[in-house]
Design a protein around this ligand. Structure first.
Ligand code: GUN
Ligand code: FE
Length: 453
């Protein structure tokens, strides 16, 4: 870890879903353990050294002064990501979900039986998401224990905050790519959990997560055992796919005829909790929305995947979720989607919400709400809001330095642009070239002079 860090300039973050703060002349101090120890507003640049000396820091900080066209924002949180699908993005568009799994995804994920293959793809995947400013990622691994441990090793070594889960799937998948039975699936899961906990006992950077692929791929015994594991380990988050597409919902309910909907199904197995991350949630009855709110489960909104794979244009009722106080974050769903960029996800979330607004009258999302979803909203979905999501003193410093004057594709700046306009231009037209530096727990992981990404 480096010593004390200090930043001076404009910070932009969310205090709540409807409260984005743009704060100029702010001084931030990050202690060597990666935590924000001081956030002082209204400090003119000329007064920075004086202000720092008054803080009586244990050592002189490494000071970074941002220019007028740079700013600091919290790191992006990707609440739904399939690491083994990193190299298949773009394939299989137009297929319905079950055919897409069978034809594209299962053959691709089966290759992660080979640890060398896993090392190569996962290394590129984690680099790729860090490059896009994803400081926290909730990853599905493949079903393989060894490969999933490798993913955890790589996240820790490269410094990306992550939830990492071995994917559970013991039926409705080809013989060459399915857990032998529930007992084996659970044994491998426990082994991966032990490995991740041993790597990072405090859970400060990486944590295990229970990852039943979806009910179609898990038999009754497996779901029951996963529910018991969740109950025995109240610190373990859970992730699964939920009401993604009509074809998937119909198949689920025909496999579980005693349930009328997926909310009741997952609840029955103890998997609908306040630590559950439910990907997609596109087709939802009011009954299920209420059930999610009651359980305080979080939604991983994946608007790119919802409109590219799965079969149809599935516009999730995000405005309604937010009105009801349901936790929502954004997900790339790489490779269900085509992009590893949360900026792309923000844009697609706006487009899809406009479509939903026209279809139903529900409120469309603003760019500011989407910025919230990409940061604090995602942190809440991952049960990490006490650690990350904004620049509150005591939280970890997961941050992006945004540089808005580059030779990239972002809308050019004009003299009359205020910070709000510059930030909006970045969110709507910027890309990874504008994400100049990335920090996780105070460690710089992008933008060093000899940056690996
Ligand atoms: N449902 C079950 N598995 C998957 C997957 O890998 N991607 C998506 N989008 N949906 C799924
Ligand atoms: Fe997915």
């Amino acid at each position: 870890m480096v010593g004390v860090l200090a930043f001076h300039g404009t910070i932009i973050h969310c205090a709540a879903a409807t409260e984005t703060k743009i704060l100029k002349d702010t001084l931030l101090v990050v202690t060597p353990d990666g935590r924000l120890s001081h956030v002082k507003h209204g400090v003119p640049e000329s007064d920075v050294h004086n202000a720092l000396s008054q803080l009586q820091l244990p050592e002189p900080p490494n000071l970074r002064v941002l220019s007028q066209t740079e700013f600091l924002i919290p790191g992006f949180v990707d609440t739904h990501n399939h690491a083994p699908q990193w190299a298949q993005r773009g394939l299989g568009g137009g297929l319905h979900i079950l055919e897409w799994l069978e034809q594209i995804t299962f053959p691709n994920e089966a290759r992660f039986e080979d640890p060398e293959h896993a090392r190569k793809i996962y290394s590129s995947c984690v680099d790729g998401f860090i490059k896009q400013g994803v400081t926290t990622c909730s990853y599905y691994g493949s079903l393989h224990g060894e490969a999933t441990k490798i993913l955890a090793d790589i996240c820790l070594a490269k410094g990306q905050r992550a939830l990492i889960g071995k994917c559970n799937m013991n039926r409705n998948a080809p013989d060459y790519y399915r857990d032998k039975d529930a007992a084996e699936s659970i044994a491998v899961t426990k082994d991966v959990i032990d490995h991740v906990r041993a790597l990072n006992a405090s859970g400060a950077l990486i944590k295990p997560i229970l990852t039943p692929r979806f009910a179609i791929c898990c038999d009754d015994e497996l779901l029951e055992n996963l529910g018991s594991l969740a109950t025995q380990n109240p610190d373990l988050p859970i992730q699964t796919h939920f009401n993604e597409a009509q074809q998937e919902i119909d198949a689920t309910l025909s496999l579980f005829p005693s349930f009328k909907n997926e909310a009741d199904l997952y609840d029955h197995y103890g998997l609908l909790t306040n630590r559950s991350i439910l990907a997609h949630c596109t087709i939802m009855t009011d009954y299920e929305i209420d059930k999610l709110r009651h359980a305080d489960s979080g939604v991983a909104h994946c608007p790119i995947a919802n409109t590219t794979v799965g079969g149809g244009f599935m516009a999730a009722p995000i405005g309604k979720f937010l009105e009801k106080g349901i936790k929502v974050g954004l997900g790339t769903d790489s490779g269900g989607g085509f992009s590893s960029s949360i900026l792309d996800v923000i844009r697609q979330a706006i487009i899809v919400s406009n479509a939903r607004h026209l279809m139903t009258g529900e409120p469309a999302l603003s760019v500011w709400q989407c910025f919230y979803l990409a940061t604090l909203g995602g942190a809440r979905v991952c049960s990490l809001e006490d650690k990350i999501g904004n620049f509150q003193v005591g939280k970890d410093f997961d941050a992006l330095v945004i540089r808005t004057e580059t030779d990239g594709v972002m809308t050019m700046l004009q003299a009359q642009d205020n910070v709000e306009m510059i930030f909006e231009k970045f969110l709507i037209s910027g890309d990874d070239r504008n994400i100049a530096e990335v920090y996780v727990r105070g460690r710089q992981v992008k933008g060093m002079s000899s940056s690996p990404v």
